[in-house]
Design a protein around this ligand. Structure first.
Ligand code: SF4
Length: 346
C-alpha cells in the first residue's frame, strides 16, 4: 500500500480514491479564463488541475485562482527555483518540478524548505525525454533508467527532509510505460501518478491510455492519473472517468451498457445510446443503464442493469433488472425512459 500524500484538501495514496488530474491549456496569468476552465473541469469530474508556471505573473496568479476554485491546483515548473517558491507562496497546493533541474544545493534547499514550511507536496519523475545521462548510459532507454532517474530526484529531496512526494515515470510507448511503473512500484511506497505521455489525438490517445493506465490499475498500481490527450482537458477527464469506471475503480459514475446491434435490431439503438450518455453525463451515482437492440435478447443480456430499454417490432420495451416493466411507442420513448432513469437516480 502506498503512503498517503495530502494535496490541498485531497488525500491520495494509501487506498484513497484514485484522483483524476488534467492540465490547463491556458496561460495561468489569464485568471478569468483559467477560473472558468477550472470550474468546467470540476463539473466534469476533475480532482486536481495543473497549470504551467513560466514567469512571476503565472506564479502569483495562484492566489487569485484559489479564491474561486475548490479543487487542488498544481504549479508546473521546469527549472526556476524562484518560480517554485513564488507559486508555493501564492497558494499552489502541489508543485511539479525535478530537483535535479533546479541547480545548486542552496536552491534545492530553498525549495525544500518552502515545501516543508507550507506542507505542500511535490511530484517528481522522469519521462523518456528526461532520463538522467548516467542511467541512459548505463541501462539505455528502458524501465530501469526511467525508474532510477525518478528515484534519484526523490533522493535529492529526501536529503533535505521532504517526504511528501508523488512519482511519475512516463513514456509514450505503452509497454515501456507499464514496465517503468511496475519497476518503480516495487522500489517505493510513494504514491504513483500514472500517465502515458504524448499519447496523441483523442481516439488513439484514449486507446493507449486505456491499455497502459488500465492494466496498471488492474494490477493495483497507481494512485492518481492523467490521460494526456491532444484535446480539450475536459476530454481528458471524461476519458479518465471512463477508464476508472471500466476497471471498477469509480463508484460514482453511471455505466451504460449498449449492445453492438446486429440484424435483430429493430430501432435506432446507437443513436439512443448516445442520447442517454449525454443525459447522464453529469450524474454522480452508481447506476447501470442498458440500451439494447432487440427485446428478444436485450433484457436477458443486460439483466444486471438497473434500468434498460430495447427495441421491439412496433414499440420499445423498458426493463428493470431484466424484467419488462413498460412498453412505449413514438415520442413517449425518450420522455418515459428518462423518467425511469430519474426515478433510479433519486
Ligand atoms: S441485443 Fe439483440 S440486437 Fe443487440 S446484439 Fe444482442 S441480439 Fe443483436
Amino acid at each position: 500500500m502506498s503512503k498517503v500524500v495530502k494535496i490541498g484538501k485531497l488525500n491520495i495514496g494509501g487506498g484513497n480514491k484514485i484522483a483524476i488530474q488534467s492540465m490547463s491549456t491556458l496561460k495561468t496569468a489569464d485568471t478569468v479564463g483559467a477560473i472558468e476552465q477550472c470550474q468546467k473541469l470540476e463539473r466534469a469530474g476533475c480532482d486536481i488541475f495543473r497549470f504551467s508556471v513560466t514567469d512571476e505573473k503565472d506564479a502569483k496568479a495562484f492566489s487569485e485562482l484559489k479564491k474561486h476554485v475548490s479543487m487542488p491546483l498544481v504549479a508546473d515548473i521546469h527549472f526556476d527555483y524562484k518560480l517554485a517558491i513564488a507559486a508555493i507562496d501564492g497558494g499552489a497546493d502541489k508543485i511539479r518540478i525535478n530537483p535535479g533541474n533546479i541547480g545548486s544545493e542552496e536552491r534545492v534547499k530553498a525549495v525544500a524548505d518552502a515545501l516543508k514550511t507550507n506542507g505542500v507536496p511535490v511530484r517528481v519523475g522522469s519521462n523518456t525525454g528526461s532520463i538522467e545521462k548516467e542511467f541512459l548510459k548505463k541501462y539505455g532507454k528502458n524501465e530501469i533508467s526511467l525508474g532510477e532517474s525518478a528515484l534519484k530526484n526523490v533522493a535529492i529531496l529526501e536529503k533535505y527532509g521532504v517526504d511528501n512526494i508523488v512519482i511519475s515515470v512516463k513514456a509514450s510507448d505503452v509497454p515501456l510505460a507499464v514496465k517503468a511503473y511496475e519497476y518503480i512500484a516495487k522500489k517505493t511506497d510513494y504514491p504513483l501518478h500514472l500517465g502515458v505521455t504524448e499519447a496523441g489525438t483523442e481516439y488513439n490517445g484514449v486507446i493507449k491510455n486505456s491499455i497502459g493506465i488500465g492494466s496498471l490499475l488492474l494490477n493495483g498500481i497507481g494512485d492518481t492519473l492523467r490521460v494526456s490527450l491532444s484535446a480539450d482537458p475536459e476530454r481528458e477527464v471524461v476519458a479518465a472517468r471512463a477508464i476508472l469506471s471500466a476497471v471498477n475503480k469509480l463508484d460514482d459514475m453511471v455505466k451504460i451498457i449498449a449492445c453492438p446491434t446486429c440484424g435483430r435490431c429493430e430501432w435506432d439503438c446507437m443513436g439512443f445510446a448516445k442520447k442517454v450518455e449525454d443525459y447522464v453525463k453529469d450524474v454522480r451515482k452508481p447506476l447501470k443503464i442498458a440500451v439494447m437492440g432487440c427485446a428478444v435478447n436485450g433484457p436477458g443480456e443486460a439483466a444486471d442493469a438497473d434500468v434498460g430499454i430495447a427495441g421491439s417490432k412496433d414499440c420499445v420495451v423498458i426493463f428493470e433488472k431484466g424484467k419488462i416493466v413498460q412498453k412505449v411507442t413514438g415520442e413517449d420513448v425518450e420522455k418515459e425512459f428518462f423518467r425511469r432513469i430519474d426515478e433510479c437516480i433519486r
